[in-house]
Design a protein around this ligand. Structure first.
Ligand code: ADP
Ligand code: MG
Length: 321
């Protein structure tokens, strides 16, 4: 059986990159970091608990990816560039068959974003994975939830709802063909954090949030913090490839309230539409314009013809975990 320190040394400590913002990484009482002059640190934590956020038998490679991805998604939603992260891990046992792929999935994504593992904590206990990420963003350029303005367009990156559709398949709420499940499952297990888009939107977008709990609820946070309302065109929301094939009612429900999408919802001035599209193109992701920020409070959801939709968003809750 691996000791705690062997485990950390084998799976979670690596040399720092030559251009690292980190002066001292894993192995001392603290890591030491050097934020660049003129930059603010963006810091966020997300915890994933077995049985709550993932199935206990989840594939460790995908799980390693997802744990870091959901954290990077928060940096993306601030327009911050990832620098480093810490990993606090409670493990039922020190099983190399689980640890090796878990570390690989996590560190492969970390390397893609130049985000270094600089410390953490390891203990025995029910499987729980808690990550804190550190990013940097030029002062005054973070994409805050409270910075939307009336008249702004509302935009969504990528597509929505396929992660929720996969979950519905696993839970037998809906019957999915093997092919559909195979297509939709990666959206649930291996989300892509929109880091490049977040950075490209600095100086263009006003407010942003990552869609982890469903668009309607998450956009609601922007409305509340910015003290505004909005009209959202339900039929402009981009459904995932698999959800696209399903009936209108389900498409509307899962794009509006699906959860686990990790796309960005952001607002930007109408005069910067072209700049938004250029930024998205440079970041390699599609964006769709789906609504407008308004002075009148509340979220109004309309169809393609502008007619109000009476969607009982509250009743979607029994689909949620
Ligand atoms: P302390 O007793 O001072 O809290 P620990 O013995 O918990 O330190 O950890 C030793 C070193 O290993 C520290 O630098 C810590 O940040 C790092 N560490 C512990 N667990 C992990 C982990 N899961 N991933 C990365 N680094 C870790
Ligand atoms: Mg110590």
């Amino acid at each position: 059986m691996l000791s705690e320190f062997e485990l950390i040394a084998r799976y979670f400590s690596r040399p720092l990159a030559p251009d690292s913002r980190t002066a001292l990484g894993v192995g001392d009482d603290c890591a030491l970091m050097m934020p660049a002059p003129g930059m603010q640190l963006a810091i966020s934590s997300d915890m994933l608990v077995s049985g709550r956020h993932f199935f206990p038998d989840a594939d460790p490679l995908a799980l390693g990816h997802k744990c870091l991805a959901v954290n990077l998604s928060d940096l993306a939603a601030m327009g911050a560039k990832p620098i480093a992260f810490t990993l606090a891990l409670a493990l039922p046992e020190a099983d190399p068959e689980w640890l090796a792929p878990f570390a690989n999935g996590m560190l492969a994504l970390a390397d893609r974003h130049g985000c270094e593992l600089i410390g953490g904590d390891t203990t025995k206990g029910p499987l729980t994975i808690s990550i804190t990420v550190f990013g940097e963003v030029p002062s005054q350029q973070a994409l805050r939830r409270d910075a939307a303005r009336a008249g702004d367009d509302i935009w969504i990156s990528g597509s929505l709802g396929d992660a929720r559709l996969a979950l519905a398949g696993y839970r037998n709420e809906l019957t999915l063909s093997d092919h559909e499940l195979l297509q939709a499952a990666p959206r649930m297990h291996e989300p892509t954090p929109r880091v490049e888009l977040g950075i490209a939107l600095r100086g263009i977008a006003h407010a942003a949030i990552d869609i982890s709990d469903g668009l309607a609820g998450d956009l609601g946070h922007i409305l509340q913090r910015s003290n505004l309302g909005a009209t959202l065109d339900a039929d402009a929301l981009p459904p995932g490839n698999v959800l696209q094939q399903r009936e209108l009612e389900l498409r509307r429900r899962f794009t509006l309230n699906g959860g686990d999408d990790y796309e960005l919802c952001f607002t930007a001035p109408v005069r910067l539409r072209h700049a938004v599209e250029k930024a998205a193109h440079a970041a390699g992701v599609e964006v769709a314009r789906v609504g407008t920020m308004e002075h009148a409070s509340g979220l109004r959801i309309v169809d393609a013809g502008g007619e109000p939709l009476q969607l009982e968003l509250g009743s979607f809750d029994h689909f949620r975990s």
